[in-house]
Ligand binder design. Structure first.
Ligand SMILES: Nc1ncnc2c1ncn2[C@@H]1O[C@H](COP(=O)(O)OP(=O)(O)O)[C@@H](O)[C@H]1O
Ligand SMILES: [Mg+2]
Length: 271
């Protein structure tokens, strides 16, 4: 099962990705969690200690690995690349293991300074393709507000594109853009989690906003997997650096459990 999670910055993608990953791991599933957001914070959301977080080197910053596999120097133009760099061992060799979850941090591709990040891009793209299309493990991919790293070929392997939204215009606009980009590369219709809802007014706003966005893009009526309230416990887990599922009471934990189960059930139905 391959799950991609997208949405505007700060909506709660990493919170949800961490909760789903840890719940699946508790249920005995082997999970590879990929932090594909340049603004990476999945390690934190998983409750990995600060000391361990600082020991994690993002793949995009492993120059020696990138040069060895692509045959090209990082940050240079006009070179020859190996079109299919070997990447199948990277998850095993470079993931950080935490409570049954193997975390891979891709890292930001730095395009500043006029250099070309071609070698880095090629390696990351090949790695994501390998994880989505050829690895048997369940994949939970924490992405940015788009479909970066996913191309037409990879999109076929994604079972569920989950977009996290919060009740607000900017988040709705972002959701609409993700709906459009998903369709363009052939991803399945996104499904949605409404986060940080303060009461029914917020939920109603988000449901109507998503319906309007899907209609405007000519997509089918959006499926909402769950609604998570604004919660001081969730906020507190960020402050304290603990895993979200350890910090919340049974009601909110049940919401994350249900969202996880619905994704798994949908996969079972779709086959
Ligand atoms: N339901 C919620 N209630 C309150 N705070 C939340 C909720 N969901 C997420 N947050 C907080 O919002 C912030 C951003 O969440 P995060 O998961 O890091 O977002 P993203 O990965 O989309 O940028 C964090 O401080 C997180 O603890
Ligand atoms: Mg994040």
């Amino acid at each position: 099962m391959k799950i991609a999670i997208s949405g505007k910055g700060g909506v709660g993608k990493s919170t949800l990705a961490a909760a789903i990953s840890l719940i699946l791991a508790e249920r005995g599933t082997k999970v590879i969690a990929v932090d594909a957001d340049p603004d990476a914070n999945l390690a934190q959301a998983l409750g990995i200690s600060e000391a361990d977080q600082s020991s994690i080197i993002p793949i995009a910053r492993r120059a020696a690995l990138i040069e060895e596999r692509t045959g090209a120097k990082v940050s240079q133009y006009g070179q020859m690349f190996k079109i299919n760099p070997r990447v199948s061992d990277i998850a095993d060799s470079y993931a950080f293991n935490h409570r049954g979850v193997s975390l891979l941090v891709l890292g930001a591709i730095e395009r500043g300074g006029g250099g070309c990040a071609c070698a880095e891009s090629i390696l990351l793209k090949a790695l994501v393709t390998d994880l989505v299309l050829f690895k048997g493990e369940t994949l939970v991919m924490d992405m940015e507000a788009g479909v970066e790293h996913l191309g037409r070929a990879t999109a076929k392997g994604v079972d569920e594109m989950v977009v996290v939204v919060e009740p607000g215009q900017r988040s709705m606009e972002s959701a609409r853009r993700i709906i459009r980009m998903s369709a363009e590369i052939g991803l399945p219709d996104p499904v949605f989690v409404i986060n940080k809802a303060k009461g029914f007014g917020d939920e109603d706003f988000a449901v109507k906003g998503l319906a309007a966005a899907a209609e405007a893009e000519g997509r089918s009526r959006p499926v909402v997997l769950g609604v998570i309230p604004y919660s001081d416990e969730i906020m507190g887990s960020d402050r304290d650096g603990t895993a979200v599922i350890d910090s919340v009471g049974p009601e909110i934990r049940a919401l994350f459990e249900e969202i996880t189960s619905r994704i798994a059930e949908r996969k079972a139905v779709k086959g």
